[in-house]
Design a protein around this ligand. Structure first.
Ligand code: XMP
Length: 327
């Protein structure tokens, strides 16, 4: 912890030097640990001159948007701009069932939404005579190595189609996690007092629940999946297994129905698949042998508490041949 305090302080100092006494920075938050820790470090360095942007695309799990909007802000005091893009994402995803098509649409809409949010923030800053010159990113050391990155004072161009701003803006990149591994990032996050759920969050794909609904993504289906997923996560946590299990996607087979008996009568509901895996790096994975009692509680609670779901199934496929996600 002594070393971790040092790492945090060292990064805060470096950011302070890079951005200077009057520089202004912008940072996109995803709900994940990397962007949160990067933002927290920069906030400590430059305070309210950091503007964080959170695009709520409606594809996060239960409680995750609130974690950013409420708990993270309370813990760090960051200056947060929330951009509600839930309707836009649903409209763009209407009728789409192909996994890669979903990914493309979600990626495209995310960039659009972030740029629109960014434009608002930059516009407000400009009104006060400020120019935003820095973009914060949560790049980790393994990403730097993988991309063959060098010393690390790169610039990035951001394109805008939004009125009132130059088409191309140039930002200097601020990457306070560039020398850190994931476990160090988590420890720094703890040191900076971030919410534990964020710091210890298991990997979660950028396209979010959008690729965990097999079939079209709709508001109703997201709601069903969110409730089932919350129960599965609660029970995993309650069993003390969060750190043993790499990830546990819950997948809604939205176009499949099967007959069941729930309460007083016959139902015709949807199945969910529970996909707990162990892994070192997500390149390969083994299906996790969850204790029977834990599986039982997950199954009983989901079918009792989520009336649209009448069957809980377990994925016992390793990777390869199965991927971790179903799409
Ligand atoms: P697969 O399903 O390929 O997943 O075994 C390997 C790891 O990557 C995550 N994943 C994604 N992450 N965007 C992301 O940011 C994506 O489109 C995406 N698809 C898969 C997955 O959760 C697992 O950790």
């Amino acid at each position: 912890t002594w070393t971790m305090l040092n790492i945090a302080e060292e990064q805060i100092e470096r950011v302070r030097e890079q951005i200077g006494d009057s520089g202004i920075a912008i940072c996109g938050l995803s709900g994940g640990v990397d962007s949160a820790v990067a933002a927290a470090i920069v906030q400590r360095a430059i305070g309210d001159r950091l503007h964080c942007v959170f695009v709520d695309h409606g594809l996060l799990r239960e409680g995750e948007a609130e974690q950013v909007e409420r708990d993270f802000v309370a813990a760090t005091g960051v200056n947060l701009h929330v951009y509600d893009a839930r309707e836009t994402f649903l409209a763009a995803l209407a009728g789409v069932t192909d996994p890669e098509e979903k990914r493309k649409i979600i990626g495209r809409e995310f960039i659009r939404a972030f740029e629109a949010a960014e434009a608002t923030v930059l516009g407000e800053a400009a009104e006060q005579g400020d120019k935003v010159g820095f973009l914060v990113q949560g790049t980790l050391y393994p990403d730097v190595v993988e991309s063959g990155g060098g010393a690390g004072t790169s610039n990035i161009k951001s394109h805008h189609n939004v009125g009132g701003l130059p088409e191309d803006l140039e930002f200097a990149l601020v990457e306070p996690l560039r020398t850190l591994f994931k476990d160090e990032v988590r420890l720094v996050g703890e040191q900076l007092g971030l919410p534990a759920e964020m710091v210890w969050r298991q990997p979660f794909p950028g396209p979010g629940l959008g690729i965990r609904i097999i079939g079209e993504v709709t508001a109703d289906r997201l709601d069903i999946l969110r409730r089932a997923d919350a129960i599965a996560r609660q029970e995993l946590t309650r069993a003390g297994l969060d750190r043993d299990i790499w990830q546990m996607p819950v997948v809604l087979l939205a176009d499949v129905r099967s007959v069941g008996v729930q309460g007083d009568g016959r139902t015709y509901g949807h199945p969910v698949v529970i996909r707990p895996v162990t892994s070192e790096d997500a390149m390969t994975a083994d299906w996790a042998r969850l204790p029977y009692e834990v599986m039982e509680r997950i199954s009983t609670r989901i079918t009792n508490e989520v009336e649209e779901i009448n069957r809980v199934t377990l994925d016992i496929t390793s990777k390869p041949p199965g991927t971790i996600e179903w799409e």
